[in-house]
Design a protein around this ligand. Structure first.
Ligand SMILES: [Ca+2]
Ligand SMILES: [Ca+2]
Length: 507
């Protein structure tokens, strides 16, 4: 029996240690319906919201509180009727800011202040408040292109909100988030626990309640011990619908019962309250189980918890489908963007390698390796080569034109020469010589005939009559004389032709 007893002790110590660890990290969280509203039946039939009071241009129905409608210069407020009765709290606000304009105004504020606010200039509520204001500021008053913006501002009643600066010099902390015109309601979770204020934001791009992201976290924030919660909104020249769908308040309690902050609640009260809460929980669970047993086909476990989420309107369904399509497009675009970046990176790497190779090829001819890169032509070299080529082509055209012109001129010259050859003053050639010879021959024949006629006449006359003693011209002497004369004439003609032919060459 000793062994089981020891085991029980060990398990018990381990459990206590484990519980202490968990509790040290996570405060105990209990819902406070007196500081909350949510659909369905948010407003009762007379229009009132239980435990809340609203005023100004606010309108409440079963589904939501429209703090301001999208009309110009509207102000609306909704405040809890009673101040808080706990120190640390968490508030989850589910809301929509919607408008047809690309920009809207003015914004929505969530308050935790010592006294209930009244209508005023700070997002529908009064200035110089004492406590915390968390502003969802739509409109960019200081023109720094940093709106919509979420910012927190604490005030002890002495400060006046600098509207024209969007409170930029007064903010406790903030973050740039777009909360307008989202497919699903946006959510803000504000936790104030042990003087640490943290704000989480859900951007309304999904219907998943877990998609919160940190906006800011600030330590050592001193807020009034007790306060009123409020939501207010205002419109200006531009106007949005500011709709609060849910306001859920939880009390955060330290699991360490020895905490000084719990001193005002006695142990008896605590036990009583815890018992009440537990009884209520048990009763609720019992009723739920009975209902499920009575109506087994109607609903499943999870759906029973949020009956308002069973249904969706046509608009919501359409928005959901559009959003799903856009998400896919966005994913595809991001994919393309990544690939483009990859391509650009590769291109730049290639270019830098090429330029490095070229510089290396010029500067250090003795470099090792990377030889192929040195053969790459640069752009300006290609341009120079092209320009040279163009010049060569131009010169070739000019040369061709010259050649053609020369050819034409030559043809003209040849033609002119042909004409001159066919003209009168051209006794060139052996034809002319032949003619001259023929003329000479005819002349000679004529002379021969005359000589023979003369010889016949002389033979017919008596020889005695010829004085013998006197010297007389004989036929032989005459013939010799004529031959010599003929040779001289032929020589002269040949000489003249030769001279003219030479003169023609120089022409
Ligand atoms: Ca503003
Ligand atoms: Ca601004």
């Amino acid at each position: 029996m000793a062994l089981p007893a020891r085991w029980n002790l060990l398990v018990g110590i381990a459990l206590v240690f484990l519980c202490n660890c968990i509790n040290a990290q996570n405060p105990f969280r209990s819902f406070r319906y007196k500081y909350s509203f949510k659909p369905p039946y948010l407003a009762q039939k007379d229009g009132s919201v239980p435990f809340w009071e609203y005023s100004g241009n606010a309108i409440a129905n079963e589904e939501m509180v429209r703090i301001t409608p999208s009309l110009r210069s509207q102000k609306g407020q909704i405040w809890t009727r009673t101040p808080t009765e706990f120190d640390w709290w968490e508030v989850e606000l589910v809301f929509r800011v919607t408008g047809r304009g690309r920009i809207g105004a003015d914004g929505l504020a969530l308050w935790y202040t010592e006294s209930k606010g009244v209508e005023g200039p700070v997002f529908g509520s009064n200035d110089n408040w004492n406590g915390l204001g968390l502003f969802f500021d739509s409109f960019d008053n200081d023109n720094k292109h940093n709106n919509p913006f979420i910012m927190a501002m604490t005030n002890d009643g002495s400060q006046s909100y600098a509207h024209q600066l969007d409170g930029s010099t007064q903010q406790l902390a903030g973050c740039l988030r777009d909360f307008r015109n989202k497919p699903f309601p946006v959510r803000a979770k504000i936790e104030y626990y042990q003087n640490t204020l943290s704000v989480m934001f859900h951007n309304g791009m999904s219907n998943n309640e877990q998609d919160y992201e940190m906006c800011f976290r600030v330590e050592n924030v001193m807020l009034p011990k007790r306060g009123y919660f409020g939501v207010t909104a205002a419109t200006g020249g531009l106007a949005d619908d500011h709709d609060a769908l849910k306001f859920l308040t939880y009390n955060l309690q330290s699991p360490d019962s020895s905490g000084q902050e719990e001193a005002h609640i006695t142990e008896d009260e605590r036990a009583k309250l815890s018992k009440e809460f537990q009884d209520y929980q048990d009763k609720l669970q019992k009723q739920k189980d009975e209902y499920r047993q009575a109506h087994p086909d109607e609903a499943e476990m999870g759906k029973m918890e949020n009956p308002e989420e069973w249904f969706e309107t046509d608009n919501q369904r359409e928005l959901g489908q559009i959003f799903a399509g856009q998400s896919k497009m966005f994913d595809a675009l991001r994919d393309i963007q990544r690939k483009m970046d990859d391509l650009v990176g590769r291109q730049e790497r290639t270019l830098s390698l090429m330029s490095a190779n070229q510089v290396g090829g010029v500067a250090q001819t003795g470099g090792t390796g990377q030889v192929p890169g040195g053969d790459v032509l640069r752009r300006h070299e290609v341009d120079t080569a092209l320009a040279n080529q163009r010049e060569i082509v131009g010169a070739a055209r000019e040369i061709k034109a010259y050649v053609t012109e020369i050819h034409q001129r030559t043809a003209t010259i040849v033609q002119n020469q042909g004409k001159q050859v066919g003209g009168s003053a051209q006794p060139i050639g052996y034809d002319h010589v032949q003619n001259s010879l023929n003329e000479v021959k005819e002349g000679l024949n004529l002379i021969k005939r005359d000589i023979s006629v003369t010889a016949q006449r002389l033979a017919a006359q008596p020889v005695t009559s010829c004085p013998t003693a006197q010297p007389c011209l004989t036929t032989t002497i005459f013939a010799v004389f004529m031959v010599i004369q003929m040779v001289i004439m032929i020589g002269y003609f040949i000489y003249r032709d030769t001279k003219e032919a030479q003169a023609k060459k120089f022409y």
